[in-house]
Design a protein around this ligand. Sequence first.
Ligand SMILES: C[S@@+](CC[C@H](N)C(=O)[O-])C[C@H]1O[C@@H](n2cnc3c(N)ncnc32)[C@H](O)[C@@H]1O
Length: 333
Amino acid sequence: MCSVRDETTVSAADIARLAAVGRTAVSNWRRRYADFPQPVGGTPASPLFALAEVEAWLRSQGKLLEVPLVERAWQELRARAGDDLQLAAALADAGDLLVKSQDSAPAAVRELAVALGAADAFEVLLRRFQEGQARRAAVTPPEIAELMAALTGGAQTVLDPACGTGELLLAARDHGGACRLLGQDAAADPARLAGIRFQLGGSDATVRTDDSLRRDAFPGVLADTVLCDPPFHERGWGHEELTADPRWIYGLPPRLEPELAWVQHGLAHLAPGGLAVMLMPAAAAARPPSTPGGSSGSRKRATGPMGAGAASARSASRPRSRMPRNAAATSRL
Ligand SMILES: C[S@@+](CC[C@H](N)C(=O)[O-])C[C@H]1O[C@@H](n2cnc3c(N)ncnc32)[C@H](O)[C@@H]1O
């Protein structure tokens, strides 16, 4: 019977990374060496090779001493996923097994967990996953997450209503000492990955999957701090359905300015004296008070105390997004 590792396939780019050479070297090896492993799948333009055969060949040529453990674990997950679109789910499945018992995890993931500890092993694999994602903007960059967490100054309970894989909440835990983490995200896979990170890290955390603006998973819950890097320019955020929503105490957010709905969602979850730190598009601070699509003066009302924000900092560059963003802090009095 074949083990999963025996079935793992790798591309030419993966082989180059394994042997720490460029792609051209791999093409040259394929041309020059008759015993270079034959493709076992893929297409002529993008062939796939059996990892076990490639490893054996590289070793026999003295081109490889040891395939790094992280790479083996990663390729093992890719083989399990079958399709890169399923990678997040495969990573989450492996994470669930690590939470239950290290012994039940896939072989190389288990080896990695023995070497690094389950939490760090999962972090390493998550980073590897995030590096390969086209939509890097779906992750709050660590330096911005740290800045936002630093602005909160040691909250106990922290909510992120668009938590993704949980960078902001983890920054709040690691830098601000937050001990109760609440997260919600509309996308199931990131929310699942965030939940696993918190479990492996031993945090008191609750993560829910759903649309925060339409179906708040934490109704009535008040947090010391709300941290949020919400989606920008999302036209279908629910303006028409949510016109009478009690969260809009500063006025109905204009249809074309969803970020103002997120600000008020955050404020609705703040305990008295709490602080919301929101990452906003820079344009939100520069727009005139009255915006087409909103009622007269609606923006001024919808931002409420944002106008007197306690702190504001221009963000560092954001991968794959040219949009300048501001971190703005606003408090509930
Ligand atoms: C920029 S990312 C946030 C990243 C996250 N703060 C982190 O720590 O990495 C924006 C997130 O908002 C989520 N999102 C978009 N619309 C949403 C909605 N209506 N309700 C909840 N989450 C939403 C997306 O799935 C995405 O994960």
